[in-house]
Design a protein around this ligand. Structure first.
Ligand code: CU
Length: 296
């Protein structure tokens, strides 16, 4: 299959970068480029802080998926990213009804997709921006992924933003950071506690539960104008919309936290300026997991 061949080439190309990684360090940097991740190959178990820098010309995010034992990057690319890409092409090119996305996708995903665990990551960040997230990682094979779309409507993951990260058995001695703002995600609400004033903040994200159907909750911090309609942002952040999660982006992104397991807590930092922000869950914002906040 042509797409698989292209993807395999891009993956091996992307994988060939191996920058400044101290493999035993629990503070790592991951660079987002158009379209590759530069990252270490290994991190220790426990609390790891990831500085995520966007060196590209497009918005990028970082989603981290832990795959079941015995599965690797090639399995994830062929058996999970490809079926998603095929459904996306059916939406983009063949006018597939959005209502039929999961009906079409389901039979093409392997049984082991149910065992893939999304363990956090970042929200979308703008070109030139950076953020930090701190995650409590457990040993195993992980996949770094960004599925934002470029101007041509190709998924960044298919263009090369897929990379393997091994969480080694060795234990990080780092502790969880102190948060000054606490976000709690439930079905179907987002609670935010703390003093949301201008400046840099460390947010804790505690995910109480994920919905039984579909994907779970995450947080994107989105700077919007006073007259921006929430419904329009909710529509745009929907992957199945033709212009959704796609360059050019009509909004400005300040990070957040990607999909994570129920019961866990993770942390992110972001700098807030006076103005209006939406804190929005990509898959469940339309069900109420969002907040519309103006920083005075
Ligand atoms: Cu990207």
């Amino acid at each position: 299959m042509v797409i698989s061949a292209v993807l395999t080439y891009q993956l091996s190309h992307a994988q060939s970068h191996s920058p400044n990684a101290n493999h035993s360090d629990h503070n790592i940097t991951i660079l987002a480029e158009d379209y590759a991740f530069q990252a270490p190959d290994r991190v220790p178990t426990g609390w790891t802080t990831i500085r995520y820098e966007n060196h590209g010309n497009e918005p990028h995010f970082l989603m981290i998926a832990k795959v079941p034992e015995g599965k690797n990057l090639d399995d994830y690319a062929s058996n999970i990213v490809m079926p998603f890409n095929e459904v996306w092409y059916a939406l983009r090119d063949d006018g597939l009804d959005q209502e039929l996305v999961f009906e079409k996708l389901g039979p093409n995903l392997p049984e082991w997709f149910a065992e893939v665990e999304f363990v956090g990551g970042t929200g979308i960040i703008h070109p030139g921006a950076n953020t930090e997230v701190t995650l409590n990682l457990t040993p195993g094979t992980h996949i770094l992924e960004c599925y934002f779309k470029n101007e041509e409507g190709e998924l960044h993951s298919v263009e090369g933003m897929l990379r393997e990260l091994t969480v080694a058995e060795s234990q990080s001695d780092a502790a969880a950071p102190e948060a000054d703002i606490n976000i709690t995600l439930t079905n179907f609400e987002m609670d935010i506690e703390g003093d949301l004033k201008p400046g840099k903040h460390t947010f804790s994200v505690h995910l109480v539960e994920n919905p039984e159907q579909g994907f779970g909750h995450n947080v994107h911090v989105i700077r919007v104008d006073d007259d921006t309609q929430v419904e329009e942002v909710l529509r745009w952040i929907n992957f199945t919309e033709i212009d959704g999660l796609r360059t050019p982006s009509p909004y400005t992104f300040s990070g957040g936290m990607h999909l994570m397991p129920a019961g866990e807590t993770a942390y992110f930092t972001t700098e807030l300026e006076p103005g209006r922000y939406l804190f929005l869950s990509e898959y469940t914002g339309h069900l109420g997991v969002m907040r519309d906040i103006t920083i005075e």
